[in-house]
Design a protein around this ligand. Structure first.
Ligand code: MEV
Length: 418
């Protein structure tokens, strides 16, 4: 570390901005630019804060879940994501919308023992004091129990040479990671006092006790393109689904499409999207092979879609109450409970997946993607808002488009307008 980096976190944000600018030999305008985007909240939330990094926010429209129509805020930088969410949602809405049963929600907290000589014996000992250990966990966070939540279940597993005591904890409407960690650390202290060797005590992001399922049945007519009848599209989507079950290379991309939507809703709702990502991918590999999280089958005259994904989401806690934009997003979506947020989020994931698979099954992904990418390309070469549609229209006529093409198109448009 060079001199200016020592004790960087101790400075106020303005000093940090000056230090980084001079330390890295950047123009002084960098300090001004960083300051212009800064907020006092950001400095409260993270260490070494410089500025707020902004991402675009939009809404998915036309999403129907359990007969209720939602407007869903999404935060994402990829041009096609919200367009695809709307496309999928509206196709499903025409066939009755998504059905998502009420989520049963518990977080999993692990206390892992090491140096265990007789794991099966230890397992029995731990299970024998289930009531006591649950009481220890709950005593560490009494307010959770007063709200009807708290540690409810205790199970013991033996992964490898370790013994994992897993607590099932109801965190009510919160994201709850800190509460769970407080509770498992209390149990860890108790087990240490009893002579066990505790290796770690921490929330598990493999949130198998917070699964959210969602299904939909799409009429063939809603899938048709000008070139392909809906039934043929449905059969090709079902084949793509089978491929994602069989081939991890395709499954990773299939799931990336689902997470495009889920992550964007998680960011807009102030949830920890990294936790949701890790849980989703762990769940996708739960039987030892990484598979697509969703499946699509042709059943009668419909394409039937199913998605199950761990969604340990919250509507309180973390930065949710602190960030004014997050609070505003709950006013827009009118989502009140964690269960409702989980149902809507899973539905967006399945809508997103449907739109991607329909595109793959028909025209291919680039046709739709590129139309949206042209706008980003136009902006990246310096087109003004008035010039963007002109550049996009020209790029759409070209067989191959890259930044150099966009630059030339913009140059030609400006020359013409002189
Ligand atoms: C792109 O962000 C996501 C897709 O690749 C998903 C998929 O292939 O299913 C289109």
């Amino acid at each position: 570390m060079t001199d200016w980096q020592h004790g960087f976190y101790k400075h106020d944000p303005q000093t940090r901005r000056r230090l980084i600018t001079s330390g890295l030999g950047l123009p002084t305008s960098v300090t001004t630019q960083l300051a212009a985007g800064s907020s006092s909240l950001g400095n409260e939330l993270i260490e070494n804060y410089l500025t707020d990094y902004r991402l675009p926010e939009g809404v998915a429209l036309g999403l129907v879940v359990n007969d209720h129509s939602y407007v869903v805020p999404m935060v994402v930088e990829e041009p096609s994501v919200i367009a695809a969410a709307c496309n999928g949602a509206q196709r499903v809405a025409r066939s009755g919308g998504f059905h998502a049963p009420k989520q049963h929600r518990e977080l999993v907290g692990q206390v892992v023992l090491t140096d265990v000589v007789a794991p099966e014996k230890v397992k029995k000992q731990l299970l024998a004091q289930r009531t006591h250990l649950l009481a220890v966990a709950n005593a560490a966070h009494p307010s959770m129990q007063r709200r009807g939540g708290g540690a409810k279940h205790l199970t013991v597993r033996i992964p490898g040479n370790f013994v994992s005591l897993d607590l099932g904890i109801d965190v009510c409407q919160a994201m709850g990671a800190n509460s769970v960690n407080t509770m498992v650390e209390a149990v860890a202290r108790e087990l240490t006092a009893q002579g066990y060797h505790v290796l770690t005590a921490i929330l598990s992001n493999f949130a198998t006790q917070s699964l959210q399922a969602v299904t939909c049945d799409v009429e063939f007519a809603s899938l048709a393109t000008q070139q392909m009848p809906g039934q043929a599209v449905a059969h090709r989507i079902a084949q793509l689904s089978a491929l994602a079950q069989a081939d991890p290379y395709r499954a990773a991309t299939h799931n990336k499409g689902i997470m495009n939507g889920i992550d964007a809703v998680m960011v807009a709702s102030g949830n920890d999207w990294r936790a949701i990502e890790s849980g989703a991918h762990a769940y996708a590999a739960r039987d030892g092979q990484y598979r697509g999280l969703s499946t699509w089958h042709v059943i009668g005259q419909h394409l039937h879609g199913e998605l199950t994904v761990p969604l340990p989401v919250g509507v309180v806690g973390g930065s949710i109450g602190l960030n004014p934009l997050t609070k505003l997003n709950y006013q827009i979506s009118r989502i009140k409970t964690a269960e409702e947020l989980a149902a809507v989020t899973a539905s967006i994931g399945l809508a997103q997946n449907l739109a991607a698979l329909r595109a793959l099954a028909t025209t291919g992904i680039q046709a739709g993607h590129m139309k949206l990418q042209y706008r980003s390309l136009a902006v990246s070469v310096g087109a003004t808002p008035a010039e963007v549609p002109l550049v996009v229209a020209q790029l759409a006529k070209k067989p191959h488009v890259d930044q150099e093409q966009a630059r030339q198109v913009l140059k030609a448009i400006r020359k013409e307008q002189q």
